[in-house]
Design a protein around this ligand. Sequence first.
Ligand SMILES: [Zn+2]
Ligand SMILES: [Zn+2]
Length: 279
Amino acid sequence: MKFGVHTSIAGGIDKAVVRAEELGCDTVQIFSSNPRGWKARELNEKEIAKFKDNLTKYNISPVVIHAPYLINLASPKEDLYQKSITALKEQVDRANKIGAQYLVLHPGSHTGGGVEKGRKRIIAALNEVLSNKQLSFQILLENVAGAGTAIGTTMEELSQIYNNLVDRSQVGLCFDTCHGFAGGYDLRSEQEIEELLTVIDDVFGLDKLGVIHANDCKGDLGSNKDRHHHIGQGKIGNLGFEKLVNHPQLKDKPFILETPIDEAGDDEQNLAAIRDLIK
Ligand SMILES: [Zn+2]
Ligand SMILES: [Zn+2]
């Protein structure tokens, strides 16, 4: 099975791969630029070449890029909406350049504009970004915890976006366990996991489930609180993660940790904790 961690790109994207190797990752997730800034620093050719060399040398794949948090394709504000589309196009170009396999995106928050209007804006934005583009990777819509006016908590909500895209071939799903649990999916229950996978298969097809974000959850089931916790120490607990990592239909999926770093060594601990659950 493949496990990885979201690692820092401080000092260059190539350094993120070195960090991943030091942690013992099989796969890795990064931001391709500052996640809280609009302006993305230009990646130079040398840095990209080194990044790719490191991936080969350390046998790390797939590469997952997480889109910046500022991007909001559901925004009712025209300036922010246009800025978000431009920023996503830029992220798409960067993902192509560095040879990523996936670009993970939170669908967006309607911030008072209403769910339906927000959803329409997300669909229009994605259609624009994908039009006449042949990507070497997939854009993965990530389920969210459902805080505030965020869209995409349930698979049904995500399906209403996905089913209205002109080109679905380049879009898939990233399932975040913390967001899922906070959004109402009881991942401690074998039956609920089965039901969830059935819905995912019906909506997207299980092969479109590109990445699992494996995060334990501080909040209660259905609390809509996006608060990640260490594997086994949250409300999903080992009870849930044991079922997830041993599920035959999830065995080939990359599991990426976005768990907190409260102390040095926490990433190593969390990786060990989740790997320990494999039977
Ligand atoms: Zn996530
Ligand atoms: Zn989260």
